[in-house]
Design a binder for this molecule. Sequence first.
Ligand code: UDP
Length: 411
Amino acid sequence: MSYLSAFAEFLGRKEIDEIRFLGDALRGSLVQHMNSTPTGGGVAEILARLTPMMNEVGLNAQWTVMEAGVEFFEVTKALHNALHGEPVQLTSQMKSLFFAGAQKNFDKVTADADFVILHDPQPLPLIRGRSSHRGKWVWRCHIDLTKANRGVWNVLRPLVERADGAIFHMPEYAKDLSIPQYIIPPAIDPFSEKNREMSKGEVEKKLSDLGISTLKPIILQVSRFDRLKDPLGVIRAYEIVKRSFDCQLILAGGGAADDPEGQSYYQEVCRKAEGIPDLHLLNLPPNSDVEINALQRAATVVVQKSLREGFGLTVTEAMWKGKPVVGGNVGGIRRQIIEGITGFLVESPEGAAFRIRLLLAHPDLRQKMGEMAREFVQQNFLMAHYLKNWLLALQGLKHQEKAVVHFDALT
Ligand code: UDP
């Protein structure tokens, strides 16, 4: 059975046939995705699944990772934080590093690509060379731009407007741009190592390999070690919960090649965690997919107490595993958690502690909420939905100059 066909179990056969029809209409199109890290973080997670699925329906999709030095990534991490609303001052030296670092990757852009998709700000300056390429160019933004730092956005905006289209996760992230904008929420692959079903025995074996006992209820947050994921807030919430429940906290995460702040922030979290009973800090190597799968399945309550969040695939992953999620009331977490139905949205460590306690005390509520959460993911955030949305967006871009596009006679 083909990979896409397996999704019929969740979306129905008709929907899969429709996706194949849309793929056929783009058969042979060369689609090049460019981003800045091969592992760690949501963008890499998505591209690892989307690229083969685009190929399966007939496109010629490629995924290219930029190469750059640490100075470039320091600047782009500052840009990332600024787009999330941090007060970052972009100096002319930072701007030069950004433009020059990206430009060094220009020879990686496939000259005859039909679509060049630039993910997030890192590869965006490459668009200045688009006139020597015939294809359509797209900016795919994975960041919540609602509070974007004005100075930084003013630098990026002219680049974005050179594209043929921009794609955002949520309507709220769209900007006042001169180019068409598309809204596509991210998705997960239920058959990947990170999300596939696992037996209870396999979960327990993985946890024991990680040195974790399953005897006490587990509160879990999986995230890159990043201030905006608020692990310190999670620790604070755990300390409150621990006064009334004998539970344990696992903070699991790792780094990403394009995030140079990760390791020093991890040290800060280590210092904060010192001496707190039953707190496990797991600094995982790249590709720890099975470990993350097992941790999410073993968790009693999953937390994602982000202060900013583009979407939050870790929320989707936990919901898919039937877990109630206590998430920060920000960005894409709000798209996933329906308050009181698929999880709880919180504003503070105290609020998180209150909801975690409620869930620890009520197994029936956990069960019901987890079922609703899985159902919501099944209907909205699986990779086949994502592929379909992409194919529709590419069709829109391909026929952009036409006043009317006939979807029953696509060429
Ligand atoms: N992830 C991982 N290893 C880690 C930390 C995170 O594989 O140590 C994965 C996580 O399971 C999820 C993605 O990276 O699939 C994180 O995506 P999300 O949208 O939650 O956040 P981002 O890191 O992109 O801000």
